[in-house]
Each structure stands twice: as C-alpha cells, then as structure tokens.
Design a protein around this ligand. Structure first.
Ligand code: NAD
Length: 342
C-alpha cells in the first residue's frame, strides 16, 4: 500500500466511526471541527488520487443508517447533504479570506453561463433534518433523513412538536406537499433540559443538536412531548395539485402563509454575488451569539428553481447550494462536556 492509500483507509475508518456515533447514536466523541478537518483531508486526497475514491467512501455518502427500531421510509426525493465552504477570518484580505466562496460563485455562474446570480440566504440550523408529508393539508408522515434514501418514520413524535402544523392554513391546500426543515432545540430549552437531567441524576446532553436528535428519535413519544423541540422549514421537496413559487424565497414566503415557522425575514435576504454573500455571512456571524438557536454557519441557495434544476446534483449534495461554515467556537466545550459524561 502507498502512503496515500494507507492514510485514505485510516481517514475512512475514522470518519465512518465518528459518523456512526454522531448520526446513529446521537453521541459524538469528537468536535464537529475535527470531523470536518478529517473529511476535507480525505476529500483532498481523493481529488488528487481519484482511484482512492470508492463509492463507499464517507465523502460520497449522506448521514448514517436508520435505526432498525423505527419503521423505515423511502424518500421519494433523496434528502441530500450540503457541500461546505470555509473562510479563514484571521486573513485581512477579503479575497483570500473568502476564497472558497469565490470559487463556489464562479462554478455556479459558469454552470449557468450567467454574469451574476441571485442567492437566497439562510442560517444553517444546528439540528436535524426532517421530511414532513401533507395530504390534502393534513400531516400524514414525518421521517428523518437517515442515509438520504431511507429514513426513520417518526410521525408520532413529530406530532408532539407544537411548531409543526398538523393541518395547513388556508382554504385550498395542495393535494400533496412535502416540506423539509430542521428540528432543533432553542438554547434556553436546552439549558433547562440539561438542568433537569442533572437534578434527576441523568446524563447531560453535549449540545442542543444532540439533545434535539436524541429527543426526536425516541420510541416513546411521551418523552419527545416533554422535550421542547422547535422547527424551521427551509425547503419544499414535492408539490402536487397546485402551482408553487418559482424561487426559493417565494417558497419560504408561501410556507409561512401555510403556517410553517420560517426564519425571520432579516435573516433570509436575497443577495447577489460574492459581496452580497460575504456581507450576509459576516453580519450573521456578528449576530450568532444573540440568536435563540445554535447555528454552525449559513446556507446559500441559487434563488431561481429553473437555475437550480439546470445545475443539478453531485453524489451527495446539490450543485446550487453551499453551507458556509462558521469558525468552530464550541470545539473545547463540546469535548469537555463529552468527557464529563464518560
Ligand atoms: P451538514 O449538516 O453539513 O449539511 C446538511 C444539513 O444541513 C441538512 O441535512 C440539514 O439538516 C441542515 N440544514 C440546516 N440549515 C439548513 C438550511 N437552511 N437549508 C438546508 N439545510 C439546512 O450535513 P451532514 O453531511 O449531515 O453533516 C455533516 C456535519 O455534521 C459535519 O460538517 C460535522 O460538523 C457534523 N458531524 C460531526 C460528527 C462528529 O463526530 N462530531 C460526525 C459526523 C458529522
């Protein structure tokens, strides 16, 4: 084996283990920043040596296998991940600082043969993805992302989340609507839950994301009902029986009218070009600590759906969107919290 093959095998093994702990067990043992670092190292190795990139590599897969205890759901439209971009905020030169963002915008403009592209922006909520299916305006099924193709059926648990409408607002609901969004725990609810856990002598959760995932993936929905979970919608996967808006921003406004919680308008402006994106990124970064929920970055999506369709997907993520991650702030506390639990 060459040194590259050895390192790639080592990285795949580590990432598979950490992924299982995070996605399946809801109990990570390393900070996200460490996972991201190893993931990018493997990605770079596979790019330089394509023969190393087997279809079973963590860089080609989404999430983790669904738990056998739940009924499984096959997603009609795959639930993908997002490609990541990072910015080194220590760099003074904005072009150097946002180099990966500039590359993303260049790829999009080239793919669309456009001089300038409109992007819908959003916070990247640090919770877990959920698919909600409505038939004639009534919630009939909720499922986790799982491995992107097959998720866990968690309808009873999701019905206990007050922010999620059981019935849509308005007189003429679509015959079928699949909404995607993030289930999360607000910072204040997370603190309250951990205080209760500790006073009962139970284990504290490492962070709100794990608390949300652990609370949603409960076999007893009475436990989910006691945990205060929140929800924000961020995508539409399917609509039947009606036309729907042709832009991402229009979709979000429509979901709001139908009764879904959508993040406040000042956190989801439509912007143009790298200057618009980096301005949004730095603005949200400055607001991060004051937000009621945890975010690990922001997400940009090409606003027009026809342009999204033209760009399409790669194996695990759309080409028309990217997660622009924030610098890790929680790395140390997460490790400490995890160590305290062991
Ligand atoms: P991701 O979290 O990088 O991006 C995709 C997800 O973002 C979606 O599934 C959705 O749940 C979420 N999301 C939040 N806001 C969104 C919005 N506005 N629009 C669309 N989606 C939005 O996806 P991933 O591939 O599941 O996770 C990888 C990340 O998970 C890593 O970057 C790492 O930080 C973390 N992770 C950590 C460990 C660990 O051991 N600590 C292990 C595995 C993964």
């Amino acid at each position: 084996m060459t040194a590259h093959e050895l390192r790639a095998a080592e990285l795949r093994e580590l990432l598979n283990r950490y992924g299982h702990e995070y996605y399946v067990l809801d109990a990570p043992t390393v900070p996200d920043a460490e996972y991201d670092r190893l993931f990018r190292e493997l990605q770079a190795l596979e790019e330089a040596h394509p023969e190393l990139a087997g279809a079973d590599s963590p860089t080609k897969r989404v999430g983790g296998a669904p738990l056998a205890e739940f009924d499984s759901v096959t997603h009609a439209v795959a639930m993908l991940s997002l490609a990541n971009a990072f910015s080194d905020m220590q760099l003074a030169d904005p072009v150097e600082r946002h180099a990966e963002l500039i590359q993303f915008d260049e790829r999009v403009r080239k793919g669309l043969d456009a001089a300038e592209v409109e992007y819908a922006t959003e916070p990247k909520f640090d919770g877990l993805a959920i698919s909600l299916l409505y038939e004639n305006g009534v919630l009939i099924r909720a499922a986790t992302r799982g491995d992107g193709v097959t998720g866990e059926q968690v309808t009873e648990n999701v019905r206990t989340i007050r922010a999620i409408p059981l019935k849509l607002d308005g007189a003429n609901p679509p015959a079928l609507l699949e909404v995607r969004g993030e289930v999360l725990m607000l910072k204040r609810d997370f603190e309250r839950l951990n205080a209760e856990q500790i006073s009962r002598g139970d284990k504290a959760f490492a962070n709100p994301r794990n608390a949300a995932a652990g609370s949603l993936r409960q076999l007893d929905s009475r436990i989910t009902a006691q945990r205060r979970l929140s929800f924000f919608a961020y995508a539409i996967a399917q609509v039947e029986g009606t036309d729907w808006p042709a832009t991402h921003q229009g979709e979000m406004d429509w979901l709001k009218q139908l009764g879904f919680p959508v993040v406040e308008a000042s956190l989801r402006p439509v912007v143009k070009g790298v200057a618009g994106l980096s301005g949004y990124y730095e603005g949200v970064l400055a607001r991060r600590a004051g937000l009621p929920f945890e975010i690990d970055g922001v997400v940009y999506k090409v606003n027009r759906r026809d342009q999204q369709d033209a760009l399409g997907f790669v194996s695990r993520a759309p080409r028309w969107a990217i997660a622009h991650k924030f610098p890790a702030e929680e790395a140390l506390t997460v490790v400490e919290a995890i160590e305290e639990q062991v």
